[in-house]
Design a protein around this ligand. Structure first.
Ligand SMILES: NC(=O)c1ccc[n+]([C@@H]2O[C@H](COP(=O)([O-])OP(=O)(O)OC[C@H]3O[C@@H](n4cnc5c(N)ncnc54)[C@H](O)[C@@H]3O)[C@@H](O)[C@H]2O)c1
Length: 432
């Protein structure tokens, strides 16, 4: 199926939601918390890691911790130093279960193909987001189970490719777990289960922030080509990261989507720019955004994100409905007030990153299928929609974003010259 054949209704999820009963009486209902996982078989599950940075190393460690018969057998990265250092640090932590050899250590832009075809059962996709659609497509084509970090793409052609891969993964009954980690956090699950039960009444507004200081920057070495410099500092180039609204604040956008049962907004209007990270070291991304997402019922969600040092930080949500309000704070507050009732989460706490892998490997052992594909794709497009609205200064509809022709792929994947694309200028940057 070509990516053009994906029905647009994929994007709204309404047809999925119509059939699902509301979670009645969820206050009294037991929380859906998974059992701890024990390997059901002695068969070894072989894992390949693609993108050997901080998250990739963490995800591989979580895969190895999820099941005592998981082996890491292959690694791939654009850069040799990253591939080798991840393998050696994992070897120290998981003696005997890291079977990576020089022959299964792959380097370069095609390393992903080699990892996928190195006799693995599961692949971990943790490269910069630009590469995710191609890596996901190849993994699904090869019939691998997948753990795939967020975001899933940086532009609409990438999103459409991911949609096609998701449908293909469903047909092949492949597990596809996404790194939207709050969906695997027990406290968040309990809170959103209550919201979905109707305790707040219909949602009338959602205020959400992902405000932080600046992130890492590796600078530039004289011997690095433009392409190497950009790939090593991928956060700062929209073609690689999608900008920080897509790369980081997509976690908060995913919570907005979750609260709305993954129904997508119909349009967005946004502000954004770069005030403090203006030098060439910061590529072409913005350092702040604010987005108003408008829903079909005329309600709105407000998303604020910034990466600016010395400013108030916070990852919070205030979700207001006709009957109550929910306050979430990443510091550990999960509270719902509705009428005279105040509810706070006091159930078990988990490591959501570990739970992602516990549930993935338990499903593989049990012959079950988890497929996070639809929501991981729509939340990613919701973030891209916000960026498009901020970059252009225009009101952008969901359908426009989904059908956008803007393709951020560079002319070629060569270690050579690649000028930094211009910084977007609202009112001047055209929607494509
Ligand atoms: N869920 C979360 O909480 C969370 C946290 C951190 C990062 N992430 C996501 O994980 C992904 C990786 O982030 P990170 O923090 O590990 O970054 P990182 O820079 O530490 O790691 C990325 C790795 O990918 C490699 N790479 C670059 N181009 C590649 C290519 N074409 N093929 C293979 N490898 C390539 C880099 O050399 C690097 O080693 C991103 O999508 C990021 O958004 C998610």
């Amino acid at each position: 199926m070509s990516v053009r054949d994906i029905p647009l209704s994929f994007a709204t999820r309404r047809h999925f939601l119509k059939g699902s009963a509301a979670v009645a009486g969820a206050l009294a209902a037991p929380l859906i918390i998974p059992q701890s996982v024990h390997a059901a078989s002695d068969d070894v599950i072989k894992v390949g890691l693609i993108g050997c940075g901080g998250r990739g190393s963490g995800a591989a460690a979580q895969a190895l911790s999820a099941d005592k018969n998981v082996h890491l057998v292959a690694v791939g990265d654009a850069f040799e130093d990253r591939a080798k250092s991840a393998a050696s640090s994992l070897r120290e932590q998981f003696a005997g279960r890291v079977k990576v050899t020089p022959e299964t250590t792959f380097v370069g832009f095609d390393a992903y193909q080699k990892v996928i075809h190195a006799d693995v059962d599961v692949v971990i996709l943790t490269s910069p987001p630009h590469f995710r659609p191609a890596h996901l497509k190849a993994a699904v084509e090869a019939g691998k189970h997948i753990f795939c970090e967020k975001p899933m793409a940086v532009d609409a052609p990438g999103v459409r490719s991911v949609m096609a891969s998701v449908e293909e993964a469903k047909k092949k009954k492949l597990n596809l777990v996404a790194g939207f980690c709050w969906r695997y956090d027990y406290a968040h699950r309990a809170t959103f289960q209550l919201i979905h039960s109707g305790i707040l009444g219909p949602i009338t507004s959602h205020y959400s922030t992902y405000n932080t200081g600046g992130l890492w920057n590796h600078g530039r070495k004289a011997e690095w080509s433009d392409m190497e410099w950009q790939c090593r500092n991928w956060l700062y180039f929209t073609w690689l990261s999608g900008d920080h609204i897509v790369e980081q604040a997509v976690h908060s956008i995913d919570k907005v989507a979750w609260a709305h049962k993954d129904e997508m907004p119909v349009r967005a209007i946004a502000h954004g720019g770069r005030q403090v990270r203006t030098g060439p070291a910061y590529g072409n991304i913005f350092d702040h955004f604010s987005v108003v997402y408008e829903y079909a019922d005329n309600t709105r969600a407000f998303l604020y994100c910034r990466q600016q040092d010395g400013c108030a930080s916070g990852v919070v949500d205030y979700i207001t409905g006709t009957k109550g309000v929910c306050n979430l704070h990443s510091g550990g507050l999960y509270q719902i007030k509705a009428g005279d009732m105040t509810w706070s989460y006091n159930g078990p706490k988990n490591d959501m990153y570990q739970t992602e892998h516990d549930e993935l490997f338990a499903a593989i052992r049990a012959g079950k299928v988890i497929n996070d594909g639809v929501r991981m794709t729509t939340s990613t497009l919701m973030a891209i929609l916000g960026r498009m609205a901020a970059y252009t200064g225009r009101m952008i509809t969901w359908e426009e974003a989904l059908n956008s022709k803007e393709d951020l792929t560079p002319p070629s994947y060569q270690w050579g010259t690649l000028p930094t694309p211009p910084v977007a200028m609202p009112g001047k940057t055209k929607f494509a």
